[in-house]
Design a protein around this ligand. Structure first.
Ligand code: DPP
Ligand code: ZN
Length: 882
């Protein structure tokens, strides 16, 4: 496999002005006829007047090839693995290509394939080349017309991008529908669906009064689970008009739910295809978290219509141009729909845990990568979530109004084009006048910057000196980094916990009480005047940049910030820092087999939190959650899985035991308040349920049959999946073990939901991720279960993903967990390379683990590496990580 470099980008030699596709769908094969109007790219920099044309194509049977009506014989073109090359005689010409493909046998779920008897597609990034020979690259944009022909009885619904312009019946009970998409698009946005589907319909009137039909398609047994996605879609359409001035542009917008899907969802023009787990919901089958996930993903894919489709990416190195920006758009939408503070906390937590780990690992890459072997490996937290943070920093540095001027300019300038990250930054600069020269380092440098803050207070003058130094660790291929331009949110708290006016040198004497410092040097000092005593700094407020902050906070400082800081993120962060200190202390002691005493300051601080009547429920729930095992692992110098699990558990138990009465009281209070109404997936109710279930989780950490009983009662009486699922988790992992009850509840859960594939995913995950249940043997047994489907990415991610998150059993079984994973990766690589490469990611972190685990992880990777004919997906990950 070869490496592709950004620096080698060249414009295509030819354009495809129009693309006419005809799909003749049959049970054992599909015939695809592509008619392409080709045109020489006059501007391309090339040697010959009319260079040969090379089209991408994989796993295709070429049936016939015509150029301007004349059939080309085998000796007139070259067919090699991955491409078709033919001579060109005119600057404009027509190609007609007929290929035969076998969607029924396509297990990679790229291109055209079948899921539960329906045909569907996934073309991003390079799946279209499995449908026909084409210039399958995002800078080649074409107007598509698609005719779909199939059996009327089996596939009554035939969909593609755009508007339906023709339909009719044919012989042999076949029928067809022709779709036309007037907007130029790259092949990765092509979509087709054929199946026996039902739909719900609604309408949206755009800001200019255009009527848009909205349809959500599913199999008939799921038709009652579409309401939430439809409501979310309408909210998204309205929000994008209000906040970005962006209006929808076709007569119809469709979403189709499919069960077998590699990603969460896909923004194909006018025809979004969704993983059913990201669109279907009912109170009985979906948790609050799922409701919120659906709202966010429906918005994300809808927002792509402008940030992705109308303006697309020139090449795949620019992926963050559409993904980072669109994640930022959906995050702001979710913040507006729910609790802004909590959304920020949750996003920061994901970033700091998982993206920081990626940025510190062997696959680290800038948000605009410089090279790759397999682009599918770069749909990463870095490109998406860090990419979002980079856009957010631009928003912070420019302010909302200038940012909006920037996006208007960007959309104006590049509508209908394939753009670059540079185009985006330039539009922001041109619209606002803010110089982003140094800021561009965020696009080219990988790794997580570290900000080290030191301070000094001069009692005589009242001056407070804050010194801020930045550095960034070396990452693969990038030994030395240039300083970043970092917006650093700051406030100073006085001894009463009030925010001080920030009277910086040369600053305004009134002084704002919050400020964003623009950090550009490797070290700089700010002086704040008029401080009566040494202030306590509140740093990186609202998580203003994707960086680590080092400041020598004492435990007292952290408890103080937890109580007094006005920034939700920083209150939460103070709590996390305190938790990390307490747990790390036990991790140290665990090494020495010493008696383990839990830090009483932490236990007391949590008591105050539980009792705080003023704290927003949702924020309280977040603060009460101790740092996750994954986040503790990310922050450790060397990961000691057993010690982390034991120490965290010990701290949780100490908090639970000390405050059990208060936790129970809070639980009961919330439980009673919620018991009066129907389930509503709204922020205030979600906050109550979340906090209530956090309390229940603590109570399950007390060795007391009575609390276990409380979980069982909640399970049995639950009127929503949120409550039932939370109770099930408590029962499975309770400190007071009752194996009989565990079996009974797992069986009950299975019996209730066995026909619902998405809920069953969770049934597998709750077991494989459990420290109590999820042994290698258990996971192997579950793979043989009737309800397990090894062709379903959701099932694989649930069971195997759940197991690799299970620190107790994945890491501590003498390597059996690693060997199991290696076996699955080798097996899956033949079937679905994208999923194989995803599930192996935990192994790539081997260097950070304690020596024994590390060696065993490496061994498992070496075994994968030794396999012949690895996919490019797995090949790249395994080779980069060894
Ligand atoms: N479907 C993926 C997303 O929306 C890739 N574009 O992010
Ligand atoms: Zn996206």
């Amino acid at each position: 496999p070869s490496t592709i470099y950004l620096k080698d980008y060249q414009a295509p030699d030819y354009w495809i002005d129009t693309t006419h596709l005809t799909f003749d769908l049959h049970e054992d094969h599909t015939l695809v006829t592509a008619v392409l109007q080709m045109r020489l790219n006059e501007d391309a920099n090339r040697g010959e007047a009319l260079p040969a044309l090379t089209l991408h194509g994989e796993e295709l049977d070429l049936v016939s090839l015509h150029r301007d009506g004349e059939e080309l014989e085998k000796d007139q073109y070259q067919l090699v693995k991955g491409s078709l090359t033919l001579p060109v005689e005119q600057p404009r010409f027509q190609l007609q290509i007929v290929t035969r493909i076998r969607p029924q046998e396509n297990t990679s779920l790229e291109g055209l394939y079948k899921s539960n008897g329906m045909f569907c597609t996934q073309c991003e990034a390079e799946g279209f080349r499995k449908i026909t020979y084409y210039l399958d690259r995002p800078d080649v944009m074409s107007v598509f017309t698609t005719k779909v022909i199939a059996s009327q009885a089996r596939y009554p619904v035939l969909l593609a991008n755009g508007n339906a312009i023709d339909r009719g019946e044919l012989d042999n009970d076949r029928h067809y529908v022709t779709w036309e998409d007037p907007f130029k698009k790259p092949s990765y946005l092509f979509a087709l669906v054929a199946g026996d589907l039902e739909y719900v319909e609604d309408h949206f009137t755009t800001m200019n009064g255009r009527e848009v039909t909205l349809r959500l398609f599913t199999e008939s047994h799921n038709i009652h689970k579409c309401d939430h996605a439809m409501v979310s879609l309408k909210k998204s359409m309205k929000w994008d008009e209000e906040v970005y001035g962006r209006e929808y542009d076709l007569d119809i917008f469709m979403i189709v739910a499919v069960d077998h899907f590699n990603m969460g969802a896909m923004e194909n023009k006018g025809l979004n295809i969704f993983n059913s787990s990201c669109v279907l919901a009912s109170p009985e089958t979906a948790t609050d978290a799922t409701y919120q996930k659906i709202e966010a993903i429906v918005a994300h894919e809808y927002f792509h219509n402008w940030s992705g489709n109308r303006v697309t990416c020139r090449d795949w190195f620019q992926l963050s141009l559409k993904e980072g920006f669109t994640v930022f758009r959906d995050a702001e939408f979710s913040a507006d729909m729910n609790s802004r503070g909590v959304k920020r906390i949750q996003d920061a937590a994901v970033l700091r845990t998982a993206q920081f780990a990626e940025d510190a690992g062997p696959m680290a890459h800038p948000i605009r990568p410089e090279s790759f072997i397999e682009i599918s490996n770069f749909y990463t937290l870095t490109v998406y979530e860090k990419g979002c943070e980079v856009v957010r920093m631009i928003h912070t540095l420019l302010g909302a109004d200038q940012f909006r001027k920037g996006t208007d300019l960007y959309f104006d300038r590049h509508d209908g084009e394939a753009a670059t990250c540079e185009d985006f930054v330039k539009a922001m600069e041109d619209a606002s006048g803010v110089d982003l020269t140094q800021f561009r380092n965020w696009y080219s440098q990988s790794g997580t910057p570290v900000i080290t803050v030191t301070d000094r207070y001069e009692a005589e003058t009242g001056d407070y000196h804050l010194t801020i130094a930045q550095s960034c660790p070396a990452t693969p291929g990038q030994e030395h980094k240039k300083p970043f331009h970092i917006p650093l949110g700051l406030a100073l708290l006085d001894e009463q916990g009030q925010l001080l006016p920030l009277n910086a040198e040369g600053g305004n004497s009134e002084g704002n009480r919050e400020q964003v410092l623009s950090i550009k040097q490797s070290e700089e000092t700010f002086v704040f005047k008029g401080c009566k005593s040494k202030p306590l700094p509140s740093l990186l407020r609202n998580f203003s940049a994707p960086v680590r902050v080092r400041y020598d906070y004492s435990k007292d400082d952290l408890v103080f910030l937890m109580k007094h800081d006005t920034d939700s993120f920083n209150r939460w962060d103070a709590c996390q820092r305190l938790g990390v200190m307490a747990i790390e202390q036990l991790v140290e002691q665990f090494d020495e087999q010493a008696e383990q005493a839990v830090d009483s300051q932490l236990v007391d601080a949590f008591g105050a939190l539980i009792a705080d009547p003023k704290l927003e429920h949702a924020v309280k729930a977040e603060m009460l959650c101790l740092p996750t095992e994954a986040s503790l692992a990310e922050q450790a110098e060397e990961i000691k899985p057993l010690a982390i699990v034991a120490a965290r558990k010990k701290v949780k138990q100490a908090i639970a035991e000390t405050h059990s009465a208060a936790l129970l009281a809070l639980y009961n209070e919330l439980h009673n308040e919620l018991n009066h109404g129907d389930y509503r997936p709204e922020a205030s109710d979600i906050a109550k349920r979340t906090l209530k279930n956090v309390c229940l989780g603590y109570l399950a950490a007390v060795d007391d049959a009575g609390y276990l009983q409380r979980s069982a009662e909640q399970y049995n009486a639950a009127s929503s999946m949120t409550d039932r699922r939370a109770a099930l988790g408590c029962i499975v992992n309770a400190r007071h073990r009752d194996e009989h009850l565990v079996e009974q509840m797992l069986t009950d859960f299975y019996d209730r939901y066995k026909d619902d594939a998405n809920v069953m995913d969770d049934w597998f995950a709750v077991q494989s991720s459990s420290a109590e249940l999820g042994t290698v043997e258990k996971v192997k047994a579950l793979m043989q279960h009737d309800s397990f489907d090894s062709t379903s990415p959701n099932k694989l991610r649930a069971l195997i993903g759940g197991f690799t998150r299970n620190m107790t059993h994945f890491h501590t079984t003498g390597g059996a967990g690693y060997e199991f994973l290696a076996d699955r990766v080798i097996e899956l690589d033949k079937q679905n390379p994208q999923v194989a490469s995803r599930v192996m990611m935990p192994l790539t972190r081997w260097k950070k683990f304690e020596p024994v685990a590390s060696g065993l992880m490496k061994k498992a990777l070496q075994r994968i590496k030794a396999v012949h004919d690895l996919s490019t997906d797995v090949y790249e990950v395994v080779n980069k990580s060894l």
